[in-house]
Design a protein around this ligand. Structure first.
Ligand SMILES: [Zn+2]
Ligand SMILES: [Zn+2]
Length: 213
């Protein structure tokens, strides 16, 4: 079984972690993978001399830009070092309430395709009604987990678009791009959380599993 560990930094509240747990349960059904949602921010009991002790410490090593946002590429570089130092086989995800950006644009989150690291922000979800907030947390998680599984990663594949990363264009598929909160909310509501990968993305998932599970 491909294990995905979810960490949250100190900006995430307990009620928000409960939403992340629910999101992970539905996403596990969709991908057939297992999740561990950590109740604290530490990677392991022992730690390691070359890396920050916790994801809060890792996040504090990444400075904010003049708009108060943190660079996802820098965060995922540090996560890649942590993953290597600890010899983790599956994937690691950090949830934060810090606002994030990729290149010049703010973003909900990002993942390194097939590389087992992702960071996701709830910053722009905090003003939503609770049910909507749950829906978009779940949608962001399942979308980024799709990138971790190399869904829609092949530009030669039909129904693939290359805009902010590679995405699927199939109707109802969770690997579609959601550039605004409005798009994200619409996608979150129209997709079936436990069955929203198109046939092409399901085939990509199957290929990834052949090599990695
Ligand atoms: Zn994406
Ligand atoms: Zn798809």
């Amino acid at each position: 079984m491909f294990g995905i560990e979810i960490f949250s930094d100190k900006s995430i509240r307990d009620d928000e972690r409960a939403m992340i747990i629910k999101a992970a349960q539905q996403t596990a059904v969709l991908y057939g993978c297992s999740f561990i949602v950590k109740s604290d921010d530490r990677w392991s009991e022992e730690g390691h001399p070359d890396i920050p002790d916790s994801c809060s410490e890792l996040m504090s090593e990444v400075p904010c830009d003049d708009k108060g946002r943190k660079n996802v590429s820098r965060i995922m570089d540090l996560m890649t070092e942590v993953r290597r130092a600890l010899g983790k086989q599956g994937a690691m995800i950090i949830f934060t309430a810090e606002d994030l950006f990729l290149k010049e644009n703010w973003c909900f989150g990002a993942a390194r395709v097939g590389k087992g690291v992702s960071v996701q922000s709830i910053c722009r979800f905090r003003d939503l009604p609770k049910a909507d907030m749950q829906a978009v947390i779940t949608r962001t998680l399942r979308h980024e987990v799709g990138h971790i599984h190399k869904c829609a990663a092949d530009p030669e594949r039909p129904n693939t678009e290359m805009k902010y990363g590679r995405h699927c264009t199939s109707e109802g598929c969770t690997m579609r791009q959601s550039p605004t909160l409005k798009d994200l909310l619409r996608h979150a509501k129209e997709e079936d959380p436990e069955n929203c990968l198109c046939e092409l993305c399901r085939a990509d998932l199957k290929n990834f599993k052949k090599d990695n599970y």
